[in-house]
Design a protein around this ligand. Structure first.
Ligand code: SF4
Ligand code: SF4
Length: 393
């Protein structure tokens, strides 16, 4: 049996699909330059992805056919030699295919191996989000804005080749920088991209993360019923409707909270979240009506609270709210829980509104996120900023 390598790329479904595919394809073609064999594939052969949902692409590399076949005998690798996370908000956990609940991003990473995250944040900040584990690993940050393109366009901001440069540095046994350069020169025919990959290679460093270091949060998880405990026959339980709930201060019940799927937490799709100013909300209902995921709870006050276990972060509520700054989308990296904003507001309106002001202020100079192209020319506007960050490293 020869040597086998597995690399997984964790990306945002639809928004980063082409980027992830280009990276895994690049690994395989660069490895060919060393006489290795490989295959790249997405978890979703038939692409049932929804916008933003955590998804994975893989590259499996071996130095002989038999080893490659053995490596491909499993649907997805249980252990990987390298994990790359293309959007740092995914560090909160990924809901893997055929898996209910969230898994830490280093779930499959072998002990001592490297987790690469594309991010503007530093390692200590990212470790507030990345979950603890018992085995040591290395955390490497490829400095860069998160590359989103949307479904039909590919934002060629060199993230693909920069990641390949970082991979060559983190795992030279898989593929050397020389082989990556050869792949870019011969297949992509772009000398500027060769420079980008070389720069990323030179600047890439990783820090050691000791066992037990990181976010102590227990990820949402549950046991699936063993088959012998399942009900006989086929029956589909009716969907409960939901109902009123209690004000945390007055204890009076009112409003309406719809019943939601307990087994699928949509928040892992989110890169931004809405923050709501309950003191200026006019109760116009537009956010509630237009939210595609029915994420708003109608509070006993008659205001609207974005339920953060259900919100997928699409930003529609911010767009439709007619009151200035009443709903603001803020980068998800700034938050570490999904607690109700309305409950916090009710318990202490003054402190909540101060927090709200500060949070929006903090978010302002932060990376502006956009999942796609909402207007003609947005691509051209975003590209120079992304290239500048890549240049400075
Ligand atoms: S961002 Fe707003 S509209 Fe979109 S899912 Fe969340 S609450 Fe609903
Ligand atoms: S759209 Fe804005 S003003 Fe209208 S109910 Fe929602 S948060 Fe309140």
């Amino acid at each position: 049996m020869g040597q086998l390598f597995a690399v997984e790329i964790i990306y945002r479904g639809v928004f980063q699909k082409t980027l992830a595919k280009n990276i895994t394809r690049g690994i395989v073609l660069a490895a060919h330059n060393e006489g290795k064999l490989g295959i790249s594939f997405g978890r979703y052969g038939d692409a049932p992805e929804r916008n933003g949902i955590p998804a994975k692409s893989f590259a499996i590399i071996a130095n002989d056919e038999q080893t490659l076949e053995a490596g491909m005998a499993q649907y997805e690798p249980k252990h990987v030699d390298l994990t790359v996370v293309l959007d740092d908000t995914l560090c909160k956990g990924a809901e893997s295919w055929a898996w209910y609940g969230l898994q830490p991003v280093h779930h499959a990473l072998k002990s001592g191996h490297t987790l690469i995250v594309v991010s503007l944040q530093d390692a200590p900040t990212l470790l507030k989000t990345i979950h603890r584990r018992e085995e040591p690993y290395k955390l490497g940050i490829l400095k860069g804005v998160t590359s989103f393109s949307g479904m039909w366009v590919y934002k060629d901001d060199h993230t693909d080749v920069r990641v390949l440069g970082a991979i060559a540095k983190a795992l030279p046994e898989l593929v050397s920088l020389k082989s990556v350069e050869k792949f870019i020169t011969e297949k992509l025919k772009n000398s500027l991209k060769v420079t980008s990959t070389q720069t990323a290679y030179q600047r890439f460093t990783a820090v050691d993360v000791k066992p037990g270091k990181g976010n102590p949060e227990e990820l949402f998880n549950f046991e699936l019923l063993p088959w012998e405990n399942m009900r006989n026959g086929v029956s589909i339980p009716g969907q409960p409707q939901g109902g009123p709930y209690a004000d945390p201060v007055t204890k009076q019940t009112g409003g309406f909270r719809p019943a939601r799927n307990e087994l699928f937490k949509k928040y892992s799709t989110r890169t931004q979240r809405p923050v709501v100013n309950f003191s200026t909300c006019t109760k116009c209902t537009l956010c509630w009506l237009d939210c595609p995921d029915a994420s708003f709870d109608v509070t006993p006050d008659g205001t609207y609270d974005a339920n953060l276990e259900a919100c997928c972060g699409c930003g529609i509520c911010e767009a439709v709210c007619p009151v200035k700054d009443c709903v603001t989308m803020v980068n998800e990296s700034l938050f570490h829980d999904n607690d109700s904003q309305w409950v916090r507001y009710k318990k202490d309106p003054h402190t909540y509104l101060k927090w709200l002001e500060k949070t929006i202020e903090m978010a302002e100079p932060d990376e502006k996120r956009s999942h796609g192209f909402r207007y003609r020319g947005q691509y051209q506007e975003q590209l120079p900023e992304a290239l500048e960050v890549a240049r400075k490293g």
